[in-house]
Design a binder for this molecule. Sequence first.
Ligand code: BES
Ligand code: ZN
Ligand code: ZN
Length: 516
Amino acid sequence: KSISLKYRLRSRRSRPLRLMTSYTERCLTPRKRRWQRETEGLVLGVYEKEKEDDTRLLPTVDVDFASFASSGPPLKKGKSRIFYGLHEDFPSVVVVGLGKNSPGFCSKENWYNCKENIRAAVSVGCRALQDLEVPLVEVDPCGDPQAAAEGAVLGLFEYDEFKKKKTFAVKTQLHGSSDTTAWERGVLYGEGQNLARRLMEAPANHVTPAFFADTIEQKLAPFSDKVIIHKRPKSWIEEQQMGAFLSVSKGSEEPPVFLEIHYNGNAESSQPPLVLVGKGITFDSGGISLKPSSGMEAMRADMGGAATVCSSIVTAAALKLPVNIIGLAPLCENMPSGKANKPGDVVKAKNGKTIQVDNTDAEGRLILADALCYAHTFNPKAIVNAATLTGAMDVALGSAATGVFTNSDWLWKQLFKASIVTGDRVWRMPLFQHYTKQVTDSQLADLNNIGKYSRSGGPCTAAAFLGEFVTAPHWAHLDMAGVMSNKDEIPYLRKGMSGRPTRTLVEFAAGLCTEP
Ligand code: BES
Ligand code: ZN
Ligand code: ZN
């Protein structure tokens, strides 16, 4: 066996790399293709050469083979090169470029270049083998097994539930015997984000409030010893006097659900919980203030706050994080009908404040107002809410980062720290009184659901509105409208709903466990 491998290596070494790759591609007969499909592939990371004779390699692979695989013209960051029949255990090997072997934390980007490079490169490698229909792929940890696993799991995901032609299923596993715990953690982080992507991408006629709640219940079922779940019906919402939430839900035929999940990861201590609140509009037509039809289909993902928050709790449970978390998701549709909110209507929130609804499309803040009031009843250590709240958030930051509005420097630090690790970034935004004044000046009520200079500072007036329902000292509002979907900005996510910032929420919750 080893003789034939050596022979292959020697005989091909002298050929230019480019030629050899296409030569091997041309030589694949249909039988060989079948053979190759039935066996394993390997994704192998290599650093960019800094000098001509500098071939720095990752230590996990047999040296003779690895040095061969990284020979030839330089392989640029995020690019891949496929080799067939090079290694007896791996008929298909994809070598992927990791960029330079130095960049760690980058203070300009607020992330670790090395982690982002690994996520991107591994995803490219895994997709190349997915295209070749290789069912089992071993992944070089590239020095960071968690980032490699995230790249693999996130990169391979594609939403194909309603298509006859399914994306080829690839099973990935860690190559070598390095830190399997970190690899498995990366798999769970990736799968958590994929759960949010699936819920967000799925059509709104399938993901109704009831379906959403059932899905989360099902996902939490394996952890039933530490989880309590309530799917609160309309009657409960009425008892709670959540008039703002009810005013939005009543425009639709689809009944609302207030989803409440308790994950008791630290039951022994009477540790106050982290309360996560997510906007759960399963479809946002705008209501009577109807949205333009172009692009309206994306509003099936307007439950992205609920999806990322609930997926992060599912992930926290899978990771057995020793922390108590409560997840709250007001779930309903925002539709125009004879029963819908009308511009100028006045509704009353759970805390007794009245709200003039001048724009029925600013519905997220209405349902969150009641959910935030309810969050305070749990004596929380912190309240973090996530919402696809304003289109203007995308205007402000695009898809680079989730906007964070918070009254707490401590909470900001925790979220920021988490986002640096995950590469799913956050950026702090202001909660000035300047904006509060613009929502408390209302003709008919205590508050108006839109700012009086309607277009100016849209994300900030929305945040200031939510702030009127918060008395807790540690609260953060995450406006994730800009990161809701991915075209090609994040290289390890295919086009579609992104599931961001699920991993940052998980990392944030994990960080609280080590907090003094
Ligand atoms: N769900 C939308 C915000 C949104 C838009 C999220 C595009 C993701 C992509 C929200 O309910 C909304 O419609 N907000 C209005 C607020 C305005 C009426 C003050 C907006 O952004 O236009
Ligand atoms: Zn809206
Ligand atoms: Zn909305």
